[in-house]
Write a protein that binds this ligand. Structure first.
Ligand SMILES: [Zn+2]
Length: 463
């Protein structure tokens, strides 16, 4: 008997030793991929102080989405015309619908299909009524302090527009001509429908132009945002989450609150909301989010790398950890956010109708119908009606390929700018890093509209 036990014990020890060896082997091999060799590196060396001033000035134009007739829209286009004279004398420009300029920088090789770099200069929404006192600096002041440029639109998205114009102006000044034709479009209504962007698409289509790839606004360089990582992370967004708001409606006879039925309309809705909150839409680490964490995981400490490198064993643990933070949880699944409730207007009157609005950001693996089915199944209450406005419901965008040339071009240019020993001169690298930190908006609760694009949906799109 003792001998059998001993053998079992020896067997167990052997299994553990082999397991540890496999874990160790995988972890030691799990290192950052070598930087991708890029083509010719263009050492920009732009005047960052001037660019900072340009951004500060750009912020002072009230290009607020709610009023496209505001004279500041036309004034902003004139401002960039005078501030970037070489861009305007070298490129052709057409102003399309919704005050959206489309620039064309003619390439030298007509055999290469063009690319499009897009941004927008209109701002999200006016500042929320009553929130003015919460601003440390005036929303349209463009104040430059030691660290940041302050104001509406610095991050979303005048910063990108100014960066593109600064780069192009400098490159033209240095005598550079791109091989591939480059288009730039700066939307005037991106936050309120994006008809300007549609006009660009229609226009290019009418000209028979097929783009090789395009890059629009998306995520940021996340500096000290990912716990456990000290170096900045540039996320290249390949998809955008979808969007649907479901309204749950329960009805009852109403009446006085002194003799309520056992289940009221408000109780029904509260229970349904609670169930939805307790039952996240099924998800997990797969597709783009797995690719994202596989890249990031290689930069973590040894102990953390053990987990990332051995997902075959630790996947449930890893998913559990990632689900614990709203930011990373949003990358694993479609998110559920109860946002609005209605009931009776009096504390002693039973509601004849109660409702809740639940907002979902849809992961590329789910459809709008999947979300409705999940809600129907989870609330398990046939008396509750589920409504939604189909015109406002969108599935996630198609997922762009990370194998495409555009992706590797963008990736290598980020590495050129940020990775030590990867091309650009060190002093310029440092300047560029600073430049990337210039944009800064004070975040306020009412900026939730913007979050649709920049919040959970934007997190490494890697969704
Ligand atoms: Zn934006």
């Amino acid at each position: 008997m003792a001998r059998v036990l001993l053998r079992l014990l020896a067997g167990l020890v052997l299994v553990i030793v082999v397991l540890l060896a496999v874990l160790l082997f995988n972890t030691l091999r799990y290192t950052p991929e070598a930087p991708v060799a890029s083509g010719e590196i263009y050492d920009l060396g732009a005047d960052i102080e001037q660019a900072t001033k340009d951004l500060s000035d750009a912020v002072t134009f009230r290009t607020d989405s709610t009023d496209l007739k505001h004279p500041d829209f036309a004034a902003f286009l004139t401002f960039i015309e005078t501030r970037y004279p070489l861009v305007h004398s070298t490129m052709s420009r057409e102003v399309l619908a919704r005050k959206t300029p489309l620039y064309m920088w003619q390439g030298s090789d007509p055999n290469l299909s063009p690319i499009l770099l897009a941004g927008h200069y209109n701002d999200v929404v006016p500042i929320a009524p009553g929130s003015h006192d919460l601003w440390e600096h005036e929303p349209y002041s463009g104040v430059i302090d030691d660290e940041f440029v302050w104001g509406r639109g610095t991050l979303d998205d005048k910063g990108a527009v100014i960066a593109m114009l600064t780069a192009a102006e400098k490159m033209i000044k240095d005598g550079f001509t791109p091989k591939r034709t480059v288009y730039f479009s700066f939307g005037g209504d991106e936050e309120v429908g994006g008809l300007g962007a549609m006009a660009v698409a229609v226009h290019l289509n009418q000209l028979g132009i097929e783009l090789d790839w395009m890059l629009d606004e998306g995520s940021f360089v996340l500096d000290k945002v990912i716990p456990g990582l000290d170096q900045p992370v540039a996320s290249i967004n390949l998809s955008e989450k979808g969007y649907v708001t479901l309204e749950l409606v329960a009805k009852s006879a109403g009446g006085h609150s002194s003799m309520p039925p056992r289940v009221t309309a408000v109780g029904r809705i509260a229970k349904a909301g609670g169930r939805l909150q307790d039952t996240p839409v099924p998800g997990g680490l797969s597709g783009l989010s797995e690719e994202f964490f596989d890249t990031l995981g290689r930069h973590f400490s040894f102990e953390q790398r053990v987990v990332f490198a051995n997902r075959w064993l630790f996947r449930p643990l890893l998913e559990n950890i990632l689900s614990g933070s709203p930011t990373t949880d949003a990358m694993l699944r479609s998110t559920t956010a109860p946002t609005m409730l209605t009931g009776s207007s009096n504390d002693n009157v039973l509601a004849a109708e109660a409702s809740a609005k639940i907002n979902f950001r849809i992961h590329p693996r789910d459809t709008v119908a999947d979300i409705v089915a999940h809600v129907r199944r989870t609330i398990d209450d046939a008396e509750i009606e589920i409504r939604y406005d189909e015109s406002l419901a969108n599935p996630a965008s198609p997922v762009s390929s990370s194998d495409a040339t555009g992706y590797s071009d963008i990736k290598s240019s980020i590495l050129d700018a940020r990775a030590p020993g990867h091309g650009a001169r060190a002093d310029h690298r440092r300047h560029r890093c600073t430049a990337l930190r210039q944009g800064r908006q004070k975040r306020l609760p009412h900026q939730s509209v913007q979050n649709r694009r920049l919040g959970s949906g934007a997190v490494p799109q890697h969704q």
